[in-house]
Design a protein around this ligand. Structure first.
Ligand SMILES: NC(=O)c1ccc[n+]([C@@H]2O[C@H](COP(=O)([O-])OP(=O)(O)OC[C@H]3O[C@@H](n4cnc5c(N)ncnc54)[C@H](OP(=O)(O)O)[C@@H]3O)[C@@H](O)[C@H]2O)c1
Length: 265
């Protein structure tokens, strides 16, 4: 039923792993990069796209429509990280972050929906994060963007049901990718009251990514979703404890849950 796939951010990490997995399974995959010249080795076709640029969004989608006549699946994967004490994250960095991680996926969805509605067929997968369900210190803005995208998925799925378009979210835990390199880190300010605990928090976050899982797992999960008659609305993909955390948050007394999170960060 689904053949033509568009993955935003197919040059690295999770997007690349999904693209390679689906290419091996015989799907026609289009990935994207802001600079395709840096990725001549890509196993699938890459188109130029910065999700913060609406002209590039339209051009990317039109190229696929002109070639294939339709887009069956949009995977909103492109994204970056941001860390820092909320009080010290510069406002322009917060705007920049939401432009990439929240408005970018929203504008991709808006651009692709007319074509999916015309076909009365489509699947939109938003890559969110377990950090969108469970907040940890110094990731407020990242968590807020992912939580918002998760709710966009939830509400949009009801709006597009009559057009036979499914919307699902995949919330990964920690995966070994290049995300720390592209992340905005608020600088460690010598006289900052947060300095010591933020420094420790940053070290722990980086350690978690370094011991993260293989992004191929997400490729397999997307393949399973593509072949499922009735996909779930939300998928969590991570270690046992990562996938348990959102449930514990609602079951355990709030103070105890916060204590456990703070003990680990
Ligand atoms: N790694 C994890 O543990 C983890 C956990 C939960 C959720 N996630 C989410 O998974 C997604 C993929 O991240 P990753 O871990 O695979 O990181 P990654 O290895 O750094 O890959 C990020 C991808 O996003 C693209 N990208 C970044 N900014 C973009 C922009 N403005 N416009 C278009 N593309 C852009 C990059 O492409 P170019 O640089 O080539 O343009 C790259 O392909 C993100 O949404 C991230 O938040 C990751």
């Amino acid at each position: 039923m689904y053949k033509i796939i568009l993955i935003t951010g197919g040059s690295s990490g999770i997007g690349k792993a999904i693209g390679e997995y689906l290419t091996d399974k015989g799907y026609t995959v289009y990935g994207t990069s802001r600079d395709i010249s840096k990725h001549p080795e890509s196993k699938f076709r890459l188109l130029t796209l910065d999700v913060t640029n609406n002209d590039q969004i339209n051009s990317c989608i039109n190229q696929i429509i002109n070639r294939e006549g339709r887009i069956d699946v949009l995977i909103n994967n492109a994204g970056v990280g941001i860390t820092g004490p909320l009080e010290e994250i510069p406002e322009e960095e917060i705007h920049k972050h939401f432009k990439t991680n929240l408005y970018g996926p929203i504008n991709m969805i808006k651009a692709v929906l007319p074509f999916m509605r015309k076909e009365r067929n489509g699947l939109i997968i938003n890559i969110t994060s377990i950090a969108g369900y469970v907040g940890t210190p110094y990731r407020s803005i990242y968590s807020a963007g992912k939580a918002a995208l998760d709710l966009i998925s939830e509400t949009l799925n009801m709006e597009t049901k009559e057009f036979k378009i499914n919307v699902v979210s995949i919330a990964p835990g920690e995966y070994l990718t290049n995300i720390p390199k592209g992340r905005f880190h608020s600088p460690l300010i010598e006289e900052s009251p947060y300095k010591n605990s933020y420094k420790k928090g940053l070290e722990i976050m980086n350690k978690h990514i370094d011991s993260g899982a293989d992004p191929k797992i997400i490729g397999r999960l997307v393949y399973k979703i593509l072949n499922s008659k009735n996909p779930k609305k939300k998928y969590l993909s991570g270690s046992f404890i990562e996938t348990l955390a959102p449930f514990l948050k609602f079951i355990l007394p709030q103070r105890l849950f916060e204590y456990i999170v703070m003990k680990n960060y």
